[in-house]
Design a protein around this ligand. Structure first.
Ligand SMILES: [Zn+2]
Length: 254
């Protein structure tokens, strides 16, 4: 009995690493160090690539003297998951909790018309396609998207999103969600958790702490395929969504 419970917990516990804001302009020094670290521990993260980055804040970061898209294909060949992180990453709308997750805030997608959102998603996917990259998963800048985003994504054949509440991946409205809860590395003893990493915002000893986390937990770090295979709509999964939603809507922890 105890062994059954132990097996159930270990079979349903894992960390997925999601690197956000991957674009031609970014903190390449840390990206190179992170790549070395991932290679050493055979970690296969998800890279949130901004296909047509035009965010004025992100454009302040340096470019590297390489063919960016060639680099993306190299990452993909290593088994890293290439996800679409918005289209241009420009926050031209503000939503006051009218977004799908009820968090509110600046948005590239939420509150735009369906047609506009479809155009954005098509434009992003077109960029990937022209670079010979197939995309199956999306996540919106600042977690803000709405029902129209989901319809537009499905129209373009994208049915997977890394965001949402809970401790297990789940399916809702024809979309598979892999939850992403915290900015900080808060480790629950159970569940599939996505860690959202912004190398651009790393300060002081953030990289050393991240490195220590990887060294300690490399055995528990899973791939995107492993995460998506854990889709679960059972009672425990639903309860964990309700509870984490309450917590995060009170204050998105950061
Ligand atoms: Zn972003």
């Amino acid at each position: 009995m105890i062994n059954n419970i132990k097996n159930y917990i270990s079979g349903n516990t894992g960390f997925l690493i999601r690197l956000d804001d991957i674009a031609e302009n970014m903190n390449w020094d840390l990206m190179d160090k992170t790549t070395e670290l991932f290679d050493k521990f055979k970690i296969k993260p998800v890279l949130g690539i901004i296909p047509n980055n035009n965010d004025p804040e992100l454009l302040l970061y340096p470019k590297k003297n390489i063919n960016f898209w060639e680099q993306v294909r190299t990452w993909k060949k290593k088994g890293w998951e290439i996800a679409m992180h918005g289209n241009n990453h420009i926050y031209d709308k503000f939503c006051s909790k009218t977004d799908y997750l009820g968090l509110g805030g600046n948005s590239e997608f939420c509150s735009h018309t369906y047609e506009k959102q479809l155009e954005k998603i098509k434009s992003g996917l077109y960029k990937f396609k022209s670079e010979d990259l197939d995309i199956r998963v999306f996540f919106a800048p600042n977690h803000t998207f709405d029902d129209n985003t989901l319809v537009a994504l499905k129209e373009c054949g994208i049915t997977e999103i890394i965001d949402g509440y809970g401790l297990m991946p789940y399916e809702e409205n024809g979309i598979k969600f892999i939850p992403q809860l915290f900015y900080k590395m808060i480790v629950f003893p159970f569940g599939i958790q996505t860690f959202q990493i912004h190398l651009n915002y790393f300060k002081h000893d953030d990289f050393d702490n991240f490195k220590k986390f990887i060294e300690l937990n490399s055995q528990k770090i899973i791939t995107y395929d492993q995460a998506i295979s854990k889709i679960n709509n059972n009672f425990l999964s639903k309860m964990s969504r309700i509870i984490t939603k309450k917590i995060l809507q009170i204050k998105r922890l950061n």
